[in-house]
Ligand binder design. Structure first.
Ligand code: NAP
Length: 251
């Protein structure tokens, strides 16, 4: 049977995988949530928007006769990833996750680890500070209880609603970023604290390296739990898995 792949995307890793699959002329489509106004062009057919939970995804897998699912969503897209595990189990579809290893603390890092976004917001109680808040547009409201700070926001799209803080600057930029650039940005805005998800990967790491070099503390938000699944961190490993999926190595 010719493979017919579904890639759950929305990340640079997913785009790199789509490119590799297109070069191999594999039959595949990529799914995006549809949140970003101008998504990165994908070299594969693209669909956009939610499937309708586990049931909706299971229906989609059957209707489209999907042979394999590759979950290349962001490590914080926990709902989508959990739905993929459940729908693939329900339909007997082999699943692999292409995911970035989490960043690890290095010498010189001053991290306060918190379990989730509400805990990060709680960690900001106290006197006014100048904060680089890199958590994405969807989570700005969680930080509303601490409007005393200056927030430097970095967002993929301009905010649809005014952020719930009187003192802020919103920078619209998709990255990837450089350590040098982020150091200059933090200096220019006199940032004294960084709030970040532990996203992993290169481009988003710039602010973490910049914080280390400037001696700034980071409130680091741990990754959400995702049900057990087969995970790899390289595009080549996905291609290798595809060569073997359907055999005992497949799941
Ligand atoms: P999420 O909370 O796990 O997903 C919420 C719902 O959005 C899912 O249940 C699903 O709806 C829909 N959805 C999410 N990803 C989808 C996809 N690739 N294709 C179709 N539907 C999708 O996800 P999220 O954290 O909002 O992330 C949404 C997208 O943004 C993902 O593609 C992710 O890779 C990307 N992204 C997320 C982050 C982040 O920090 N969370 C950062 C960069 C990029 P249904 O239940 O209706 O199927």
């Amino acid at each position: 049977m010719t493979p017919n792949l579904l890639i759950l995307g929305g990340t640079t890793e997913a785009t790199a995988l789509c490119k590799a699959l297109a070069e191999r002329e594999m039959r595949a489509q990529v799914s995006l949530a549809g949140r970003v106004e101008r998504p990165v062009r994908q070299p594969l057919p693209m669909r956009s928007g939610g499937f309708g939970g586990v049931e909706g995804l299971a229906r989609f897998l059957k209707a489209e006769a999907i042979s394999h699912v590759i979950d290349a969503t962001h490590p914080f897209a926990a709902r989508m990833s959990a739905n993929a595990v459940a729908a693939c189990a329900e339909t007997g579809t082999p699943l692999v996750a292409l995911t970035r290893p989490a960043w690890q603390r290095k010498a010189g890092d001053d991290w306060q680890s918190v379990p989730d976004i509400p805990a990060a917001a709680e960690a900001l109680a106290g006197p006014a500070r100048r904060i680089l808040l890199a958590v994405g547009r969807m989570h700005l409201a969680d930080f509303a209880p601490n409007p005393q700070h200056f927030y430097l926001l970095r967002l993929v799209d301009p905010p649809k609603e005014r952020p719930p803080f009187p003192d802020h600057v919103a920078l619209v930029s998709r990255g990837p970023f450089t350590e040098e650039g982020d150091r200059a940005l933090m200096r220019a805005h006199r940032i004294d604290l960084v709030v970040s998800k532990n996203s992993g990967g290169q481009g988003a790491y710039a602010k973490i390296a910049a914080a280390r070099s400037l001696g700034l503390p980071v409130v680091m938000i741990d990754r959400p739990e995702i049900p057990a699944r087969h995970e790899v961190s390289e595009v080549a490993a996905v291609l290798d898995w595809l060569d073997h999926a359907g055999t005992d190595l497949g799941v």
